[in-house]
Design a binder for this molecule. Structure first.
Ligand SMILES: Nc1ncnc2c1ncn2[C@@H]1O[C@H](COP(=O)(O)OP(=O)(O)O)[C@@H](O)[C@H]1O
Ligand SMILES: [Mg+2]
Length: 251
């Protein structure tokens, strides 16, 4: 499929997934444009993680399609899948490798958790990795072991690793849920900056509504597996909040 300028970075169309007969997400459709930061909100169990696993190709939907830059995310090693970078709540770094080595894993497309592989990377790969560390403000920590970095720094290394993949879309499932408020703001500001400057799309689930309102361009709300709201952040008001969380206790 030819990619045209206004093709969304992500287009989910009618995506459904059930586990043992219980629907986790139902008929979910939404899109993420270039230079757009979309926050996904919803109470616990609403289906956010299931949706994110479908968007990254880790889980095959029962129904519907996920397209990345117009190309269906299909096979495990397809181009579309490589162009989606994932950021996790628990960072998922290799603790005993340094920051640079962890970022280089983004050039591999997977994490090789053994030493001695650094020399297999070309000079250009190593330069890309250093450039990505600089982008997240951690060039000085390039040779520091991952497990000696703070949580916020570890998440920024994970974002550098995502960038090293040269993605068109970054998918982040609760990326600040394990961080203190200061580090959370740092990570979300970084992601928003990347959206603005690199032209990637970001789709990010968040537990705190106020963070979504502060950083997202658009809010997609899931309730019981369905899209309950999909609106520009400026339109997200009390009614939208109630529509989404109903009687569930506020997050
Ligand atoms: N691997 C799985 N096996 C069985 N049920 C699952 C699995 N993953 C998720 N679910 C169920 O799907 C629903 C949505 O879960 P999830 O996507 O994790 O929601 P959220 O991330 O919004 O909390 C829940 O009812 C959950 O129990
Ligand atoms: Mg979840």
């Amino acid at each position: 499929m030819t990619t045209v300028a206004n093709t969304p970075r992500l287009a989910a169309q009618g995506v459904s997934k059930a586990f043992a007969g219980h629907a986790a997400i139902r008929d979910v459709s939404f899109a993420v444009a270039e230079h757009e930061f979309v926050a996904v909100l919803g109470p616990s169990g609403a289906g956010k993680t299931t949706l994110f696993r479908c968007m990254t190709g880790l889980l095959a939907p029962d129904d519907g399609t996920v397209r990345i830059d117009g190309e269906e995310i299909g096979s495990l090693h397809g181009r579309a899948r490589r162009r989606v970078a994932v950021v996790f709540q628990q960072f998922n770094l290799v603790n005993r490798l340094n920051a640079l080595e962890n970022v280089l894993a983004g050039r591999l497309g997977h994490v090789a958790a053994w030493r001695g592989w650094l020399r297999r990377f070309s000079r250009s790969d190593r330069l890309i990795a250093l450039e990505c560390l600089e982008r997240v403000g951690l060039l000085d920590q390039a040779l520091q072991r991952a497990d000696t970095l703070s949580g916020g720094q570890q998440q920024r290394v994970a974002i550098a690793r995502a960038l090293a993949q040269r993605p068109v879309l970054i998918v982040a499932d609760e990326p600040v849920a394990s961080l203190d408020p200061n580090a959370s703001v740092g990570v979300l500001e970084l992601l928003r900056g990347i959206v603005r400057t690199e032209g990637v799309g970001v789709v990010c689930s968040l537990h705190q509504v106020h963070l979504a309102r502060a950083y997202a361009d658009r809010i997609v709300g899931l309730s019981q597996g369905r899209v309950a709201i999909d609106m520009p952040t400026a339109h997200f008001d009390e009614a939208a909040f109630d529509n989404l969380y109903g009687n569930a206790s506020a997050p």
